[in-house]
Design a protein. Structure first.
Length: 319
């Protein structure tokens, strides 16, 4: 069975349809969300600095893992889960993550939880049978247990993952803190830019109890740290004067930052600003450049806008 590779693969269209209040930028966040890759530990960096090739590095890791080094066991599981240096194997990934988690290594516990979520498949659907719901609940509860164990060690990615799971479901362990925003806040305060970005985008709506001013602070922090979607969302805020003083120049600046990182929505909005000369000098050349880049990445809005521009040019030439 082919397991989903991202959380978006686990969230079905039915889940999204049940949340009509989700804004476009929030949907983009869900689609683009990816798990934080485990950073190489100092020892592994040292091996790479010796100019060793990938296969040789992998053999070193295998030896360390077989000797019981938890950081190597975690890294070996990470390689198997992504097919790096070795054929992808979910079974082998879980095996090595379990060994690292058994030693209370927080990164391994968190990665093991992520593997259990992938085993879960789609989130709960209305037409799931009792057996299917029980199977999904089993995997999700096993994942949350690993997340909680890692979060107890103040491991930010696990705190972030708990917040995400609580956002889309209940807490089977009945912990005192079941507020998703509080878990994202824990991770954000430790400097996890993904959590800062999420707080700024997801919890900025009026229906959330999270302080709006604080959400805007996290949004700006994430944008300044280079988070592309936060940069796009901040550009939107400046363009609309929502949470920040209205400024087309500031909007153009942040759209430019996000567009340069390949954010198609920012490319589309930046193209419009150049077309209309808002916040930037009017430039047909730059407008078409960014609109075509957005269209190439699949932006339907950019495609439609270009078609309208083309029709206007055709009408003008007929006069």
């Amino acid at each position: 069975m082919q397991l989903p590779s991202t959380l978006w693969d686990c969230i079905s269209k039915a889940d999204m349809a049940s949340c009509p209040s989700i804004k476009p930028v929030q949907k983009i966040f869900i689609k683009r969300r990816h798990r934080q890759a485990m950073p190489l530990l100092p020892y592994l960096r040292m091996l790479e600095n010796r100019s060793r090739t990938g296969p040789l590095l992998f053999k070193e890791v295998q030896i360390l893992a077989s000797q019981g080094a938890c950081h190597a066991q975690d890294y070996l599981g990470w390689c198997y889960s992504r097919g790096i240096f070795v054929a992808e194997s979910q079974i082998q990934a879980i095996k090595w993550f379990r060994r690292g988690a058994a030693q209370r290594y927080a990164a391994a516990q968190n990665h093991l939880g992520e593997m259990y979520i992938r085993c879960m498949g789609n989130y709960f659907l209305d037409d799931d049978s009792l057996e299917e719901r029980m199977g999904k609940a089993k995997w999700r509860n096993k994942a949350l247990l690993q997340y909680y164990q890692a979060a107890a060690q103040e491991y930010a990615p696990a705190q972030h993952n708990i917040g995400w799971e609580l956002l889309w479901g209940n807490d089977p362990f009945h912990l005192e803190n079941t507020d998703p925003a509080a878990w994202f806040q824990k991770a954000a305060e430790q400097g996890m830019v993904e959590a800062q970005e999420f707080l700024g985008i997801w919890f900025s709506d009026e229906e959330n109890d999270f302080p709006f001013e604080q959400a805007m602070e996290w949004l700006e922090t994430a944008a300044l740290r280079g988070a592309a979607l936060a940069q796009y969302a901040l550009g939107e805020r400046y363009e609309e004067g929502d949470g920040f003083p209205q400024s087309y120049a500031s909007a153009a600046y942040w759209f430019q930052q996000a567009a340069s990182q390949g954010e198609e929505c920012a490319q589309y909005r930046l193209g419009i600003l150049y077309d209309k000369g808002r916040g930037v000098p009017q430039s047909d050349e730059k407008a078409l450049y960014w609109l075509h880049k957005a269209e190439a990445l699949g932006s339907r809005e950019a495609h439609d806008y270009l078609m309208i521009k083309l029709q206007e040019q055709c009408n003008f030439s007929k006069k």
